[in-house]
Ligand binder design. Sequence first.
Ligand code: C5P
Length: 301
Amino acid sequence: RPHRASRLPRHAEARVRAREQAPAKVNLFLHVTGRRADGYHLLDSLAVFASLADTLTASPAHALSLAVTGPFADRIGPGEENLVLRAARSLCPNGRGALIALEKRIPVAAGLGGGSSDAAAALRLLSRLWGVPVPSTDAAVRLGADVPVCLAAAPARMLGIGEVVAPAPPLPPGLGMVLANPGLTLATPEVFRARSGPFDAPAEPPPRFPDAAALAAWLRGTRNALEDAAVALCPPVADVLAACAALPGALIARMSGSGPTCFALFATVAEAEAAAASLARAEPHWFIWGGGLYRDRRGGL
Ligand code: C5P
């Protein structure tokens, strides 16, 4: 007799189907302040989240499975190495089931923490579905250095190798952002390995930034310490940085994370959207996005 998989009643599935956004992480600055004995680098970074986001949904199932759709679905597999499945297994090693769907809109291996944000969203989602606690930042960092800050999905300071998430000063509301990526990828370990020169001092942000101009002025005294290494490994990053800096209204342009995605910051979402549209016309083969910050009420979500 053929085995028939038992199925949950449809209404039960609809009732507990849960959804989480996994927003793209952008490092407004990223200082490398030292190196641990195990090779990991000590960071000081101010991470914010763009309203560009992957979406995860989950419904109860007997086995754990993942389906990936969306514009960047072909760049990652739904296999065991996918961070969503690794996050699920770390949350419940005894093997609880869920039918997970991931819509991949964030470029992959791009410096936007997409995989880490997916893992963090999976932890938030499945902790609700399974009724288990969200893991500590010390446990979450084992999935990836950006996972703890992605669990917060709100502006935060990243310290340690990423396991320390500290409050960030309030940011001016309504900020706009353009993200630009030349359609290339960079492997984070290679960028860290290629970094050279002295370590950076930690950056101490003021208690608040009164407006976007003040934020940009303060950021100009910081840097992304991985930018030179990323440009050496992937020379088009220099062109992306220059294009972002030249956008009308751009307050500051910089690379995010280990690259190659670069961002430009704007005082308003409307300026960022207009700049993104003009850059997309000039560079039709690049990935370009313009919008606001995740959950910023005036950020145009
Ligand atoms: O934690 P994640 O998988 O994102 O890190 C990828 C690689 O980047 C690490 O294996 C390490 O080589 C490098 N890395 C580092 N210091 C960090 C974060 C990442 O050296 N704080």
